[in-house]
Design a protein around this ligand. Structure first.
Ligand code: BES
Ligand code: ZN
Length: 629
């Protein structure tokens, strides 16, 4: 009888494993497992007056099985006509029965096909006012003030609001993007520049990528954009009024690329350009291939916030070349990218600086695990996203728990060269393809078996299930102690004892931003309330928000006071001012939550005040936060 129970559970586990490994990606309506898109050629006509894009997309398909319908993802799109390659119109239906607020409406196109058929279809469509993938700025919202500006943000599942497509990272394809804009503006897109065509009042810019990419990396932008080369393969684009400052700030981009190549292998995308956006851009950076998007808040005047560039560059390998197949596997993009980012930082500055960065990361991770729930799925490396928008789960867990797992594995292997060799062969094995957790794990285990003598001991020690599937804190705490942290700890201690001297103040002003952040983080995370003297010390002596202005330091300062200080009118005014200048979610989401805990009325009033400035994808999250407080 015992045997039987064993057998049953064995088969049960087998079935679960099989169904897990063959699971379809859950955030798409498309039948990509029956018929797969093999190329996207899309033309966007940008209509600033009506804040919409007229689009025409030709999608190439290859049938993997026989079928009679092609299902694509859409959200808030108007579909005009759908034709096959002979120009015949095809029947289609936006199937509202399946409409989901989070995922949009499936577009069903009726066409018979047999396994291995290849063919194209062309869809004429337009976007609508509800399109959240595109942010439209009036001239007065730009720094130049004369021309409008627009840019897209497709990750995670917003591409379907810009074009009908199999909007899933499980499918990758070459893309060609044309963008038509008024003649006085510049149109940019992810991809290598092909040509510019002048057609009267308009200009069309054409870009193409032969290396296959997932839909979430499709990107466009248009505005009064200027450019400056900082190396042969790096050009910095920005609004004309910003471009000079931006080019100076990000002039080390080529250096980062070389360091990254040295660690992980050749950069295959040819160009690495940066577009610095207006401040409503909701992220620090977005790794659109050959055209990273950045927030202008990073322009500090001293290159102190450039690690975001190191991060986006690292995605050129992990994310863009090797892509997470499912959104619950997002940590395979972000955790790996953090790992390479910190390898770059450790060459660019030094090893202790990279460890300090990891230490700050770990403390942010712990804060997020608590905020999202120690026993909740969203604090697990593989969150359960069933029926959810993947962005709902966005937090530090995939980034920092993912990083900590890789850091732990590197230490287990106990030979940085072998681990580097592993990383390079991982990229080589999966490049231009997609990966799931088990692909990575199996590849790692095989590599270690083949390359490390005491492989058995190493592999037996790793508690994969807890690392990957359990919610809460990582099962192993890595040691990131470093010389900088010791200095910061001493300063924090002296601060609480009101012992910080004028000499310290001088030294503090020359500290790297990361040290200042760490100093403030420690004060923020302690339970100790701040006295008026201490508040004044932070504010007046350390000049955290005056003098040489730095967005990260300012943000940490506001948070620290919101957690532990009294709120003066002057403080509140300064905070509200800050909230109107920076649209990056990492700054404003925690600030709104912290403000709401102290002064909910002001939080609500401020959100209303800047509603037109903030990107619509983050207003949603701030509103949810405010409601829950
Ligand atoms: N790909 C992400 C941004 C993203 C993630 C957009 C999920 C939409 C959904 C990008 O690479 C990123 O991680 N940006 C960070 C940079 C930081 C970790 C250095 C950001 O914007 O804060
Ligand atoms: Zn990233």
């Amino acid at each position: 009888k015992k045997m039987k129970a064993h057998k049953i559970s064995f088969f049960l586990i087998l079935i679960i494993l099989i169904s897990k490994t063959n699971q379809k990606e859950l955030n798409t309506f498309s039948n990509y497992d029956i018929i797969s898109q093999t190329n996207i050629n899309v033309h966007f006509i940008v209509d600033f007056d009506n804040k919409k894009v007229e689009g025409e997309v030709t999608i190439s398909f290859k049938a993997l099985e026989d079928g009679e319908v092609i299902i694509l993802d859409t959200k808030s799109l108007i579909i005009k006509t759908i034709k096959d390659n002979t120009g015949n119109e095809l029947d289609f239906k936006l199937d509202n029965y399946y409409r989901l607020e989070s995922h949009g409406v499936p577009l069903k196109i009726y066409k018979e096909y047999s396994k291995d058929d290849t063919f194209d279809i062309t869809i004429e469509y337009s976007t609508t006012k509800d399109c959240m993938a595109i942010d439209w700025l009036e001239p007065e919202q730009t720094s130049g003030g004369k021309y409008p500006f627009m840019y897209s943000q497709c990750q995670s599942i917003l591409c379907r609001e810009m074009l009908p497509i199999q909007d899933t990272p499980a499918v990758k394809m070459p893309v060609q993007i044309s963008i038509t804009v008024p003649e006085e503006l510049i149109g940019l897109a992810a991809g290598l520049f092909v040509e510019e065509i002048n057609n009267g009042n308009n200009k069309t810019f054409i870009y193409a990528l032969d290396i296959p990419i997932p839909s979430y990396l499709i990107a466009i932008a248009a505005g009064d954009i200027g450019s400056q080369n900082v190396s042969e393969r790096c050009t910095i684009y920005a609004e004309k009024t910003v471009v000079e400052k931006a080019a100076w700030e990000f002039s080390d981009t080529e250096k980062f690329l070389k360091i990254a190549e040295n660690y992980i292998g050749e950069y295959v995308w040819e160009q690495y350009n940066i577009l610095v956006l207006p401040p409503s851009f909701p992220f620090g950076g977005m790794e659109n291939p050959t055209l990273t998007f950045l927030t202008p808040s990073l322009i500090a005047g001293d290159k102190s916030l450039v690690s975001v560039v190191a991060h986006e560059i690292s995605h050129s390998w992990t994310g863009n070349l090797v892509t997470n197949e499912n959104w619950p596997d997002f940590w395979l993009n972000e955790g790996f990218t953090m790992f390479i980012e910190r390898k770059i930082l450790s060459s660019y500055k030094d090893k202790d600086m990279a460890k300090l960065d990891a230490m700050v990361g770990l403390s942010n991770l712990k804060a997020d695990i608590i905020a999202f729930g120690e026993s909740k799925s969203f604090s697990s490396l593989e969150p359960n996203l069933l029926g959810r928008n993947p962005d709902d789960a966005f937090n530090k867990v995939p980034y920092e728990k993912g990083f900590n797992l890789l850091y732990y594995l590197e230490n287990k292997v106990n030979n940085d060269d072998i681990f580097q060799k592993f990383m390079r062969s991982y990229i080589d094995k999966f490049k231009k393809g997609v990966v799931k957790y088990m692909d990575f794990r199996t590849f790692f285990e095989t590599f270690i078996k083949n390359n490390v003598k005491d492989w058995e001991k190493i592999l037996n020690d790793i508690d994969w299930d807890t690392w990957v599937f359990a919610p809460g804190f990582p099962p192993v705490e890595n040691d990131f102690s470093n010389k900088y942290a010791d200095e910061v700890d001493q300063a924090v201690k002296d601060f609480y004892e009101n012992k910080l001297s004028d000499d310290f103040v001088k030294k503090f002003k020359d500290w790297f931003t990361l040290l200042k952040q760490n100093f403030l983080n420690k004060i923020k995370e302690s339970d100790i309330e701040l006295s008026e003297t201490q508040l004044e010390f932070l504010n007046e002596k350390l000049e955290l928000i005056q003098g040489k202005y730095n967005v990260e330091v300012s943000c940490s300062y506001y948070l620290t006071v919101l957690y532990h200080g009294t709120l003066s009118t002057k403080f509140e005014e300064s905070l509200v001012d800050f909230l109107g200048k920076h649209g990056r979610i990492n700054y404003i989401r925690p600030l709104f939550s912290a403000l709401a805990r102290r002064n909910k009325e002001l939080a609500i009033k401020t959100l209303d005040k800047y509603r037109n400035f903030y990107h619509s994808i983050i207003i949603k999250y701030i509103e949810i936060d405010l409601k829950s407080l």
